[in-house]
Design a protein around this ligand. Structure first.
Ligand code: GLY
Length: 340
């Protein structure tokens, strides 16, 4: 198994299957709450069984699907369940699922009893290389993740066997985030995803994790370099709001747009490579059928949140990102590159 430490706090374990012990060794833990999908999968039930065999009282709490899990109402029902089972400050909350589950589990862990241990078992590519790592947690209140806190898990367990058997749409979503990691921090990863039709899952995961680790270690509270991880997200988030596109598809489109803006602002020479790689990964590069006015409005609202203009991460070259403010002409060029 491969191990790396993120933000001096999180042990990320990557391997086939689960490590033993399952949780970081601690004498005083008696109980865990395992937060997972509405219908716990056989793997979640198996995990709960192993935790019980290890002597831990284990309550399995099903959450609504996807972003419906990320509300204060859902958090409140989980708090009630934790109160009912008397989960103490010495106990542990486990997030077993995709990014919405790990975001909500982290949020509840960071706020229950003013903060208890969180451990994540991500079951999607996207959660494994991005959402579960780096301590960002949150719920959606009229906007994505507007309420949240940084709460680093003590351990994240990435089971490559699970990632190998995901449905193709979840693999594509993960590949979008992996390609983003390559573009902002690892040209070899970007080239691997451009050139190799069947890249090795372990290599993609480890390389993407190393990019994330480097930026989170440099800037754990997202005040500077960590923003590079948002490449493709300014327009991507607006698209995600205005459409039924998934997060990965929206980020893929946002990266096509950001590559065009990078070309315009910084002479980025590889716009065509970015677009053709995203296409080859099975992700969209244009958005017929999305309400362009709504996307413009959402990008514009983003602008109001920063007095200097729309903040975007751009590329000088693959692996050389920078953060800047752009004007309406640049935003328009980005939107027109994706057919809006
Ligand atoms: N998902 C971007 C970050 O963790 O900063």
């Amino acid at each position: 198994m491969d191990r790396l430490i993120v933000a001096d706090h999180t042990e990320v374990i990557v391997g086939e299957g689960w490590p033993r012990p399952l949780l970081p060794p601690r004498e005083d833990r008696r109980q865990v709450a395992l937060l997972t999908q509405p219908e716990p999968t056989s793997r979640a039930i198996e995990l709960a069984g192993l935790l019980r065999e290890d002597g831990l009282r284990t309550e399995v709490i099903g959450l609504p699907d996807r972003d419906e899990a990320k509300t204060l109402e859902v958090a409140a029902t989980v708090y009630q369940a934790l109160a009912g089972s008397r989960l103490t400050a010495q106990d542990t909350i486990i997030g077993f699922g995709g990014g919405a589950v790990t975001d909500l589990a982290g949020f509840v862990a960071g706020t229950w009893m003013r903060g208890v241990e969180a451990v994540h078992f991500p079951t999607t590519f996207l959660a494994a290389i991005d959402a579960a790592i780096g301590g960002k947690t949150g719920v959606n209140i009229g906007g994505k993740n507007l309420v949240g806190l940084f709460w680093h898990p003590t351990r994240v367990v990435i089971d490559l066997n699970v990632l190998e058997t995901l449905p193709p749409e979840l693999v594509r979503e993960g590949m979008a985030e992996a390609y983003k990691a390559g573009l902002v921090g690892d040209p070899a990863l970007a080239a691997l995803l451009s050139d190799d039709p069947e890249p090795d899952t372990r290599e993609v995961v480890l390389r993407a994790l190393l990019v994330k680790k480097r930026l989170v270690d440099l800037d754990p509270r997202d005040r500077g370099e960590r923003a590079f991880l948002n490449f493709g997200h300014t327009i991507g988030h607006a698209l995600e709001y205005a459409s039924t596109l998934s997060h990965g598809e929206s980020v893929a489109l946002g990266m096509v747009a950001a590559a065009r803006v990078s070309e315009m602002v910084a002479g980025f020479p590889d716009r065509r490579t970015v677009t053709s790689t995203i296409e080859r990964l099975g992700l969209p590069t244009t958005v017929p059928g999305v309400d362009g006015a709504r996307v413009r409005d959402l990008v514009g609202r983003d602008k109001k949140r920063d007095h200097s203009g729309t903040r975007m991460v751009l590329l000088k070259e693959i692996g050389d990102p920078f953060l800047t403010h752009v004007g309406p002409d640049e935003v328009e060029a980005g939107l027109s590159a994706i057919g809006l």
